[in-house]
Structures are given as C-alpha cells and as structure tokens.
Design a protein around this ligand. Structure first.
Ligand SMILES: Nc1ncnc2c1ncn2[C@@H]1O[C@H](COP(=O)(O)OP(=O)(O)O)[C@@H](O)[C@H]1O
Ligand SMILES: [Mg+2]
Length: 246
C-alpha cells in the first residue's frame, strides 16, 4: 500500500474539565513532509496519540485513506500499526536493551524477523546515523543526541509508509538539530512516506515542511505551505512565527 492521506475531522478531546481539542480538523498530505505546530501545551502530543490510536477521541473521525480508526477491526488497526514509524518526544528507549536491540525491536516484535538479518539491518541504520559500532553499547551510555538518533533508527527500521516525529530536535544543540532535520528529509525522500513532524522549531518548520498546520486553542487555525503561512495575517500565527512559543 502506498503512503496514505490522513484526514482528521472535528476531533474533540477533554481530560477532566480541561477541553484540549475543540474540533481539530486538518489533512496530512500523502508522501509529503507535514508539520503540526503550536505552543507548548496546546495538545500536539495528544493529537499524535489520537492519530496513532494510543488514545481515543471523545468525538470526531480519523481516516487513513478509507479506514476510520474508531470503526476499524482489530486486525486492520494492527496492520496499520505495522505501517507506522513513531518517534516519541522523549525517545522512549528501553534501558534494559542494548542500542542495537532497541533499534531491532520493532522487527522482532512485528515481523518475527531472523536475528542475523535484523542485526545487519540495525547496524546499517546506525551507521547511516553516525553510530557505527554502537550496536552493543548500553542505552544508558548514550548522550541526548545519540538517544534521539537511536530512537530515529528504531522508527525507520520497519521502512514505514507513515512517519510520526514528536519534537525530534527539542533539547538538541543546533548542529545536532540540523543533522536530525536532514535525516528526516532523507528518510522521507528515500521512502516517499507520509511524514508528520510535531514541532515548535519555527526555522526548521519553514525550511523543511511541504505543509504546515497550526494548532491554537484546540483548533487548526492555519493549514498551508510555509510561504502561505509567512503571509498569514492572523495575529496568533504572526506571534508564533515571531518566536513567542510559550
Ligand atoms: N493523559 C492525560 N491526562 C490528563 N491531561 C492530559 C493528558 N495528556 C495530556 N494532557 C493535558 O493536555 C494538554 C496538552 O498536552 P500535550 O498534548 O502534551 O501538549 P503539547 O502541545 O505540548 O504536546 C496539557 O495541558 C496536558 O497536561
Ligand atoms: Mg508535546
């Protein structure tokens, strides 16, 4: 199956008395680099959890081509998960596994792949990401930047048609950020995947994105190309682009 179009329709999500999403709608363009931006605490990570089925919405629909998540059979959801590579905000590595075991984990888990093939593949990806010979290192020995790259390798190893990255460069120095940004573009170009990056890094967003959607007060207030976003007259958009991220 090719990279899907993901359509998010009128999603509502409340926690306790906090209404986080109040009718969020946007389209994630197939085979493109899409960004979801917004201030800290707006609900971007919640949106990603809804998109990946880790959370259910109170109302609204999430479509992957002609599959709607809340209506989908367990088997369809499982098949969809196999097509998704996910990079969590904090990397979420397993500290009890080695670097290489972390990277290979999705292959063992989903595909029951042969150990030798799996190791070769993980080593290849680690080498691509500047971590040759890191396979047997303990995860606890990694720097922040290395953790990000290992988490990225783990997201890429299933060669997913859909890639979700939650703040892939937050907490990295500018050099490493640029490196991770480059890897995201490369991964997209190589695989033609549908990519959604959550970010509050404005410079990266405007450089890398084909399409940018901005979440503000529970709704998407702009969804356009970076150039159109730059010309958007909305005060909220202007303020965000000017760097007022919190
Ligand atoms: N499981 C949860 N239970 C209660 N509140 C939550 C939960 N997940 C997120 N929230 C709240 O939803 C809001 C949006 O969070 P989040 O999606 O993490 O923001 P961000 O845009 O920074 O990623 C925050 O106020 C957060 O505290
Ligand atoms: Mg977040």
């Amino acid at each position: 199956m090719a990279a899907p179009t993901i359509v998010i329709k009128d999603i509502h999500k409340t926690f306790g008395d906090q209404e986080v999403l109040k009718g969020m709608s946007f389209v994630v363009q197939p085979g493109k680099v899409n960004f979801l931006i917004g201030r800290s605490g707006e609900g971007k990570t919640v949106a990603l959890k809804l998109l990946t089925g880790l959370l259910g919405p109170d109302a609204g629909e999430i479509w992957y081509d002609d599959l709607e998540l809340s209506q989908a059979e367990t088997k369809d959801l499982y098949d969809l998960r196999l097509r998704i590579g996910l990079l969590f905000q904090d990397g979420a590595l397993f500290d009890s596994l080695s670097v290489g075991e972390n990277v290979a984990f999705p292959l063992w888990f989903h595909r029951k792949a042969k150990a030798k093939v799996t190791r070769a593949k993980a080593e290849g990806l680690l080498t691509d990401l500047g971590l040759a010979d890191a396979y047997d290192r303990p995860v606890t020995s990694l720097s922040t930047g290395e953790r990000k790259r290992v988490a990225l390798a783990r997201a890429l190893i299933v060669e997913p048609e859909i890639l979700f990255f939650d703040e892939p460069t937050t907490g990295l120095d500018p050099l490493l950020s640029a490196q991770v940004d480059g890897l995201i573009s490369q991964a997209q170009e190589r695989s033609g995947a549908t990519v959604l990056v959550i970010s509050h890094d404005i410079a990266a967003t405007l450089t890398l994105a084909d399409q940018v959607s901005m979440l503000y007060d529970g709704r998407i207030i702009a969804s356009s190309t970076p150039d159109e976003l730059r010309a958007n007259p909305s005060p909220e958009v202007r303020k965000f682009l000017a760097g007022a991220t919190d």
